[in-house]
Structures are given as structure tokens and as C-alpha cells.
Design a protein around this ligand. Structure first.
Ligand SMILES: [Zn+2]
Length: 129
């Protein structure tokens, strides 16, 4: 009687056209579930983000290549929408790191911004003229 449907690990939506939504332009109003944040809009944003940032930044820091499946909030958003939707507050993580290291670091004192810390941007000399 139990019928298990096997879900493919790979989302078949990889070939789907990217929606280009300007932030806030699409039903950014109060929808009730927005407060929890994990609605349809988040799914879209999350998928788009993970396509652009496919590797777990924690693993990368350790020299490992792991596919990221979680978009983590560096600073816990605690339901604050501006924090929740701020992409500069996001980092790609695998589930293992998210449930392990990240949780530990949050206990040790707030959010973390390790991805930024581990990847110094190449310095481009500014033109002065
Ligand atoms: Zn990881």
C-alpha cells in the first residue's frame, strides 16, 4: 500500500528559462507566508542563487568541492524580511555543513561570513584619472 515515489536528486528544471524578476517587483506584498519566508518566491530565489553559486563555501574553504543545496543566511534573519532577502547575506552551503559547522558557529557567537573571508577579491588598482 505504501507507494514510494522516487524523486530524482537532480532537479529537472535546470534547463528551464531563468525568470528575471526585479527585486520587489513581483508580489512583494504581504502574503502571510512571507513572514516564514519559505514560499514559492524563496524557492525561485534559492534555485537561481544555487545555479550561480553551486559549491558549498564551507567545503571550498577546506579545499573540498561539494555541491551546495542550501542557501544559508550568514546573519540569522529571524523573520526580518530585509535580512532574509538580502543576497549579500546569503551563502551557498551543503546540508552537512549547514547542519553541522554553521549551527556550531552560530552557537559560538552569531552569524558568520566565512565565504567572504575565504575569498579575497583580487585587487584591481583603481584608476586615478
Ligand atoms: Zn559543505
Amino acid at each position: 500500500m505504501v507507494r514510494l515515489i522516487r524523486l530524482k536528486p537532480r532537479v529537472s528544471a535546470l534547463g528551464s528559462p531563468l525568470l528575471t524578476l526585479a527585486p520587489g517587483s513581483w508580489r512583494a506584498g504581504k502574503e502571510g507566508s512571507t513572514a516564514r519566508g519559505y514560499g514559492y518566491r524563496w524557492q525561485q530565489a534559492r534555485e537561481r542563487y544555487l545555479r550561480a553559486h553551486p559549491l558549498c563555501c564551507y567545503c571550498e574553504r577546506k579545499g573540498e568541492i561539494t555541491r551546495a543545496t542550501v542557501v544559508d543566511h550568514k546573519v540569522p534573519h529571524k523573520g526580518i524580511e530585509s535580512l532574509f532577502w538580502d543576497e549579500s547575506n546569503w551563502q551557498p552551503m551543503c546540508k552537512q555543513c549547514h547542519d553541522g559547522e554553521k549551527a556550531r558557529e552560530e552557537r559560538d557567537g552569531g552569524g558568520s561570513d566565512l565565504c567572504k573571508a575565504m575569498k579575497p577579491r583580487p585587487q584591481v588598482p583603481a584608476r586615478t584619472d
